[in-house]
Design a protein around this ligand. Structure first.
Ligand code: G4P
Length: 532
């Protein structure tokens, strides 16, 4: 067996986040290209196949040409073993996206230079903030006209509440994009518009002391502007501090153009140096060391229908400590029983590979027929439980009832299982009426499709008067009783039995909160968390 500490030091596990169209897929492809995992970036996502990223699997994804489920890719580069956790790039993303961030040690945030911080980035960033994971910013599409650089940084700082430290600085943008100035090396890297998809760009390096070459390459106007901006920047921007980066308080910022392959490898190299190796995780107040502890891993996502011929699902585990080896016996902590994992999978570019060994930071996929739920922990014997898998108050609601009343039981069973799997949140109202809650519209479509094909239930989904939900925490039994009596019509229970307030509008929520200041209305809960 290889040396565990050595293996873990090689590992970097990160999620890649962005608003749709900022260039996440393009950047990921270029990473894979550098790692030699694919031969020609772009071949995996040509125009003919529309948006077939390497990580698209499900039929529904193919039909709609979007990435529904967050996916995992592993590749090697420069002695590192890199795990990328892709997050869905569509507006209709789901709770999977949030949970994926729980499995990552850092996040790469891709921002479109002409758009700045967009809605999706803001949402995802919030979760990164909750966990305090380091964030590395790649400001993309500098080959197009970009917003003012200082304004972009200001926006990140204000909107996301994180200090920024540019590692390099762009010289112009769009047609006048000349390259970037590397602050650490004190040199300029020139940009030349390479052919889309090729690996090598013709970048030259010019020292800031080489005035003649700078002048002839950049021109007087751009050079003067650059010198002025460097002065301003040195005075205004936060000092680079690796500890602050690792605490998620400071984001190193890089500028480039993923499409033309400019600045991507520099970003990757710097990122790999600055990002942490897989860190210890906390389980019930105990620190689980990646090297010293025996094997442990938790499920952060379950993907169904990877093979439509079987009703199989794959549970994705993040390994937190120790070593996985095929055939090993592990303890399924929630069920308190042993299970054997024979053929865990890993995912390299567009193929699945049977894993021979996995270490902390790696993601393994295990076939599952419903026995594994989101948040479940497997160990080599210890009774651990990794907390922190979040559930967010849904923003979209539908009621569900079986078209054939005799199928009510199947509907309940199907929704119970899909709820446990984390595909959707299920709420039961006072009269046994079922409500589905999602953070993305597509979750409903996937659930409807799965109920029909896997559970043979044709259900009717209707809009409801619920616009948002909150988990309730009461200070005492009396308040709970009074509140529940008064608000009975607006209450429902989640899959753990927690009482939720189903508000008709934000105004309705605020009014109720005002009347009941002693009751807490929570927007998130953790997997398995019970409030009563
Ligand atoms: P996403 O995964 O974040 O949703 O974004 P994706 O990489 O799919 O990129 C969205 C669009 O932006 C694509 O164009 C892509 O080619 C383009 N793009 C990505 N990076 C850059 C860049 O650095 N500069 C420029 N100019 N464009 C960039 P598309 O026309 O929608 O798709 P395609 O036909 O090129 O595949």
């Amino acid at each position: 067996m290889s040396n565990i500490a050595e293996e873990i030091n090689k590992r970097r596990t990160f999620a890649i986040i962005s608003h749709p169209d900022a260039g996440k897929t393009t950047l990921t492809e270029k990473f894979l290209l550098y790692g030699g995992a694919i031969n020609l970036a772009g071949s995996v996502k040509g125009k003919a196949t529309a948006r077939h990223a390497v990580s698209d699997w499900m039929e529904i994804e193919k039909e709609r040409g979007i990435s529904v489920t967050s996916s995992v890719l592993q590749f090697n580069y420069d002695g590192y073993c890199i795990n990328i956790l892709d997050t869905p790039g569509h507006q209709d993303f789901s709770e999977d996206t949030y949970r994926t961030l729980m499995a990552a040690d850092s996040a790469v945030m891709v921002i479109d230079a002409s758009k700045g911080v967009e809605a999706q980035t803001r949402k995802l960033f919030k979760v990164c903030g909750m966990r305090g994971i380091p964030i590395f910013t790649f400001i993309n599409k500098m080959d197009r006209d970009a917003n003012d650089t200082f304004e972009l940084l200001d926006e990140i700082e204000k909107e996301l509440g994180i200090a920024t430290c540019p590692v390099n600085w762009p010289i112009g943008s769009g047609k006048r994009f000349k390259g970037v100035y590397d602050r650490h090396e004190n040199h300029v890297l020139t940009f030349s518009d390479t052919e889309k998809g090729t690996k090598e760009g013709e970048t030259t390096v010019i020292s800031m002391d080489d005035e003649d070459t700078l002048l002839s390459t950049l021109g007087e106007e751009a050079l003067t502007a650059l010198r002025d901006e460097i002065d301003l920047l040195d005075g205004a921007s936060a000092e680079f501090d690796l500890d602050e980066v690792r605490r998620g308080k400071l984001t190193p910022v890089f500028f480039g153009s993923a499409l033309t392959n400019f600045g991507v490898e520099v970003f990757l190299q710097n990122f790999l140096k600055m990002a942490t190796t897989p860190l210890p995780r906390i389980s019930q107040g105990q620190t689980i060391d990646p090297v010293d502890n025996q094997f442990s891993a938790f499920v952060f996502k379950i993907q169904a229908n990877m093979d439509p011929r079987h009703r199989d699902r794959i549970a994705f585990f993040r390994v937190c400590s120790g070593v996985y080896q095929p055939g090993m016996k592990v303890r399924h902590v929630r069920e308190g029983r042993e299970m054997k994992i024979a053929n865990a999978l890993t995912f390299m570019a567009n193929e699945r590979v049977h894993m021979q060994e996995a270490y902390a930071g790696d993601i393994i996929g295990i076939y599952n027929h419903g026995q594994l739920h989101i948040g479940d922990t497997l160990t080599e014997g210890e009774t651990l439980g990794f907390t922190g898998i979040p559930y967010f108050a849904p923003e979209l609601f539908r009621s569900a009832r079986a078209r054939d009343p005799l199928k009510g039981k199947q509907l309940h069973q199907g929704l119970k299982e899909l709820g446990e799997e984390g595909a959707i949140q299920v709420f039961e109202g006072e009269f046994g009426n079922l409500m589905l809650g999602a953070v993305g519209q597509l979750q409903f479509e996937i659930v409807a499709q799965r109920l029909a094909t896997e559970y043979k239930v044709d259900a009717i989904y209707e809009s409801t008067d619920v616009s948002t939900a909150r988990w309730l925490v009461f200070p005492d039994e009396k308040t709970k009783k009074d509140f529940c009596e008064e608000q009975a019509a607006r209450l429902a229970r989640d899959s753990e039995g927690n009482i939720c307030y189903m508000a008709t509008s934000i105004y309705n929520l605020m009014t109720t909160q005002k009347h009941w200041p002693q009751v807490q209305f929570l927007t998130t809960r953790e997997q398995g968390q019970k409030f009563e």
